[in-house]
Design a protein around this ligand. Sequence first.
Ligand SMILES: Cc1ncc(COP(=O)(O)O)c(C=O)c1O
Length: 402
Amino acid sequence: MPVTQFRGIAPAARLENVRYAIRDLACIADEVARQGHKILPLHIGDPLNFDFQTPAHMIEAVHQAMRDGKNGYSPSSGVKEALDAIRGEATRKGIANIQDVFVTSGVSETVDICLTALLNPGDNLLTPCPDYPLYSAVLAKIDIGLNTYYLNEEDAWQPDFDDIKKKITPRTRGIVLINPNNPTGSVCTRKMLEQIAELARRHNLIIFADEIYDKLIMDDDAHVAMAAVAPDVPVVTFGGLSKNYLAPGWRIGWGIASGELSVIKPYLDGVNKLLRARLCANHPEQYAIKAALEGPQDHLLEVKRKLRSRRDLTMKWCAETSRVSCVAPRGAFYAYPSIDIPEGDDVFVTELIRQKYVTLVHGSGFGQRPGTKHFRIVFLPDEKTLTAAYSAIGDFMRERYR
Ligand SMILES: Cc1ncc(COP(=O)(O)O)c(C=O)c1O
């Protein structure tokens, strides 16, 4: 037998830029939990970790699909019943000029496919700063440098429109808008959506509108879909079952492509090539889409009631705590306070886990304006857990920064 001398198998160099602070912090939390401490988890946006449950009629729809033998591969774009339901929902949201609809393994896969299908080496895509880190991870994976625009804390975290204008280059192909936003919880104004659409028209940009939290608006105002204010502009709207419908583990997301057909068609041919190459999304779970979008929506009342109460408790704590200030979130389940401390926000969250067993995510994990410091709170836990966590964070800050 020849003896082979293996050397270390190096990962691709471009992975240097793949970061996912949320799951990285979970590793530290796991280490602390292994030492026997009870973690107060304010870092992962999975409602199923807390007192939220997937609606029973959705579970029944998937169960029935499995019993009915829907266990093979599905068409690459998704099953017709689900696609029709998504089109219906898009129409209810005022989206016209729908040119294609497709189902994916979570919005995560929609993002991966839509970005990969668009960008050539040297192109760039405008992404928000702070942002949901999947976008920069996918861009790193396909070797595309970052071109970020700021969200403006002084303007309730609306996109900084002047910064967007400044950042457009001849190689800018599109813009990502996360609305409602992770990590800030902000909701875009209609005026801002119209301004961004106008910029897209002038510079021939496609808009990726990540609206995965569109039904989780805590106050009474309605969510305005980007595509609804700009029927002529190429837009792919992202949605899914993970957040609005409390089924993140099923990995069901979708894209709704709208705009002038002749403009968006060549790009959609590329998207469909990638959809076919990965075969299909989870098949039986696709049967929950119609049940979710067309069935009872009662769970949303309960979810929003809990979120409002937990958001208000969070804001009260922020207002009463020195060194902390926070723009009130209006959508999703995140708050993004700024913090005035003499050390990095990454040190703050790491020491907080180790000393008080509370997990937050540091602002530098999402990107932020130089010189500013933040942390992200997921306010999904119940009031008792949040109160205990805020009390522990307060103690930590008093002890560390007196
Ligand atoms: C803004 C945003 N987009 C996409 C995703 C990924 O969603 P999915 O579970 O559908 O992959 C998340 C998850 O937290 C998110 O916050």
